[in-house]
Unconditional design. Structure first.
Length: 737
């Protein structure tokens, strides 16, 4: 059969179909078994039959082969193994070969690299990166192809761990090695570097490397080409971020045309182009593009991409004033993000939905989503699990100390019969011996017993004191831990103000006092609520980045704290919204306190390096409870305050609007709580006592939501290929937010 295989001119598939069944049933002791197996392994490699490679290689490795033959066999199938236990066994085998054949550095380095690929493809990133680094150390010098491939694999590992700067460094090392080896530029490597620069926000470099990828792909001698729409999509995303709308549109349209020409999917660049048009006031042109992209994703069953496009459709409909249809599209997007368990995208979508519902006057649904947004955010950032584990550990340690203390006490009790026995024996000896001898012996024995008893008592008392001290320390540690848990559950980690959970407890009456330095006043209850929103905060995030946005929130919280009274309660309600609770304050003082806040914000702008940003705020306030019949129903009071805030924002921002009860509605509290705020205003149950207008800027600035890009499903496969970074990395699509 081996001679027949050597003479055959058939394709690898035909040779495998002919010879593989024969080889599988051939005794392993046959003369041609190993030689035929190696030939079949080579044919399987030509045909890219991974399962056949592994099956042939594993059967050969069970034989007592010489080191050189074992090395040859492992070269043929090692990187296609996905079983972690088998990979660990083969790692030991390669280690033995390294000790037996230390001079064969190039072949051994390639084996270590194949093992690294196997680990990476099995989602064991750490072991993959460890062996890729080992392969570089074994490879001969000067830099070789092993260094090039190992650095690409290290970049894969860094990307999977979200370490994009480190991945860029590894990619640039691979690029340098390729140049030193005299290799032509690799378009897939350049494309991946372009995608990484998009991840880290270096847009100009992303454009340069995308163009280099296109130029390198034009080489007619390349064995493997990229899909040219991928670098064009990356260029479009980068141009859009740089504000070059014309070039961005041109790149996206060219990517769409190329994909259509080659009958490949084009939903991603089409969605990106629609997002670009929508964000520049051309929602009518963007909407059909989004719907076309949605149909394409529905055909492929890509649920996550469908959710993103539904969100973009909602934004376009909202821009066109079709609020009801926009709300329906947003709800569809939220449901699909939930089915795909994408918490981050839901957190980005909530503010857009809430803004649209506020514009529709659907405050109750907006409030429900605001609660969901806060709860989801709390779950993501919670440290409850960690602190509970620490608490349980402390309790376990305390129980151990108690057991040791009990054992010590039992040991001391066990000594009492021994002492009594010594005393009885001394008495018998005194009675049987002469008076002097008995007396002397008795004195000696008693002295010994007293010494032993004293020594035992001291030792037990010392151990008891040590155990008591450890028990006290454990109790103090547990008290500190409980205090830390309470603080983390009640405090916003960014601003240091109270968080929403604490604010809800205060409003609901679960907390009837405010703790300030240990003092408590049970009579102190909120009587005025003010909801504050930082104006155009999203524009600060979009222009300067989220780090500056966080500094702006901290800056505002500090000024708010200095403008408040000692008894006030300051709560970060969610995002850029803050709730100011005034226990027992008169309505006559609200306007002056808000004006003090506005003046302080103008006098103390946010200053960071080259950035100076003056913050303004809009606020709405009301009573809690609004009417006595509502009792502790704080949701109605908060709904009134939300409506007042909405009126303040719709009248130009940087102002204060209050909605105060006027008269007493003739209905039960439960029915009143279900009455929309708009009806309360229409029937004259609420009125505006006064409104504080801005003095510096009366221009009505309309807020619009913008979204940051995310890689398409094609580009996301950058992290799915274990042996090389994705050679099909595509452009970007926008995510909600």
């Amino acid at each position: 059969m081996l001679a027949e295989v050597h003479r055959s001119q058939a394709s690898p598939t035909a040779i495998l179909e002919l010879a593989l069944p024969y080889w599988r049933h051939q005794p392993t002791a046959g003369d041609d078994f190993v030689a035929l197996g190696i030939e079949l392994l080579a044919q399987a490699s030509l045909e890219a039959e991974d399962q056949d490679r592994v099956a042939i290689g594993e059967r050969l490795m069970k034989q007592p082969l010489p080191p050189a033959i074992r090395e040859q066999v492992m070269h043929g199938y090692l990187q296609y193994i996905r079983n972690p236990q088998r990979l660990h066994a083969l790692e030991r085998e390669v280690g033995r070969l390294t000790a037996q054949r230390p001079s064969d550095r190039a072949a051994l380095a390639d084996l270590w690299l194949q093992l690294a690929a196997g680990y990476t493809n099995s989602n064991d990133v750490q072991d993959g990166m460890r062996l890729a680094t080992l392969a570089k150390s074994v490879a001969p010098r000067p830099p070789s192809l092993i260094d090039y491939q190992a650095d690409e694999m290290l970049a894969v590992g860094d990307v999977r761990q979200g370490k994009f700067p480190e991945a860029l460094t590894a990619m640039h090392r691979a690029e340098t090695t390729s140049s030193q080896l005299g290799r032509p530029e690799d378009p897939s490597l350049l494309l991946n570097v372009s995608a990484l620069y998009i991840y880290v926000g270096e847009w100009q470099k992303a454009i340069v490397y995308a163009q280099r990828a296109l130029d390198a792909d034009s080489n007619p001698h390349l064995k493997e080409h990229i899909e040219r729409e991928a670098p064009l999509s990356n260029m479009g995303a980068a141009y859009a971020k740089l504000g070059n709308v014309k070039e961005a549109q041109a790149a996206y349209r060219q990517a769409i045309a190329i994909a259509k020409h080659h009958h490949r999917p084009y939903a991603s660049p089409l969605n990106n182009l629609g997002d670009l048009l929508e964000s520049h006031g051309q929602a009518a042109l963007a909407l059909p593009m989004f719907r076309d992209a949605l149909r394409s994703y529905q055909q492929t069953g890509d649920g996550l991409s469908q959710a993103v496009v539904w969100s973009n459709i909602g934004a376009a409909l909202a821009d066109l004033g079709r609020r009801k249809a926009a709300a329906s599209a947003f709800e569809q997007s939220l449901a699909m993000f939930g089915r795909n368990d994408d918490v981050d995208r839901r957190l980005e979508l909530y503010p857009r939905m809430i803004s649209n519902l506020e514009a529709m006057g659907r405050y109750r649904r907006a409030l429900h989503l605001l609660h969901a947004f806060e709860d989801t955010s709390d779950q993501r950032n919670s440290v409850t699990s960690t602190t509970r584990i620490a608490q349980l550990q402390a309790v376990a340690d305390m129980e151990r100390q108690k057991r040791q203390l009990t054992e010590s006490q039992q040991a001391r009790t066990a000594q009492q019969p021994t002492i009594a026995d010594y005393e009885k024996r001394a008495q018998r000896e005194r009675m049987s011996m002469g008076a002097m001898i008995v007396t002397l012996a008795g004195l000696s024995l008693i002295g010994l017993l007293l010494y032993l008893q004293s020594r035992t008592r001291k030792r037990l008392n010392l151990k008891l004191a040590t155990s008591n001290a450890e028990l006290v320390a454990q109790r103090e540690h547990l008290a500190d831990l409980n205090a830390e848990i309470i603080r983390q559950n009640e405090e916003d980690t960014l601003t240091g103000l109270y968080n929403r959970r604490y604010g809800q407890a205060v409003l609901g009456g679960a907390r009837t006092s405010i703790q300030r330095g240990g003092a408590q006043d049970p009579s102190m209850r909120p009587s005025v609520l003010m909801m504050i929103d930082i104006d155009h905060f999203k524009q600060i995030n979009d222009r300067y980045g989220h780090e500056v946005g966080d500094r702006a929130l901290i800056h505002f919280a500090d000024i708010l704290r200095r403008c408040s009274r000692p008894e006030d309660i300051l709560v970060r309600w969610g995002g850029e919204e803050f709730l100011w609770i005034f226990p027992g304050m008169s309505l006559a003082n609200v306007a002056s306190i808000f004006e003090r806040l506005r003046v302080r914000l103008r006098e103390e702008p946010l200053v960071l390096a080259s950035i100076t940003q003056t913050l303004t705020v809009s606020a709405g306030y009301g009573l809690a409870p609004a009417w006595p019949c509502l009792g502790d129903d704080w949701t109605t009071s908060l709904g009134i305050v939300d409506a007042a805030l909405y009126h303040a924002k719709s009248r130009g921002r940087d102002c204060l609007v209050g909605l105060i009860p006027k008269g007493d509605p003739d209905m039960a509290g439960a029915m009143l709580a279900r009455t929309p705020v708009a009806i309360m205003l229409e029937r004259g149950w609420l009125s505006e006592p006064h409104r504080t207008h801005p003095q510096l800027n009366k221009r009505n600035c309309h807020y619009r939501t913008q979204r940051a890009p995310i890689l398409t499903s094609a580009a996301q496969s950058l992290v799915s290929d274990g042996t090389r970074l994705n050679r099909d990395a595509g452009g970007l699509r926008r995510s909600p937010g």
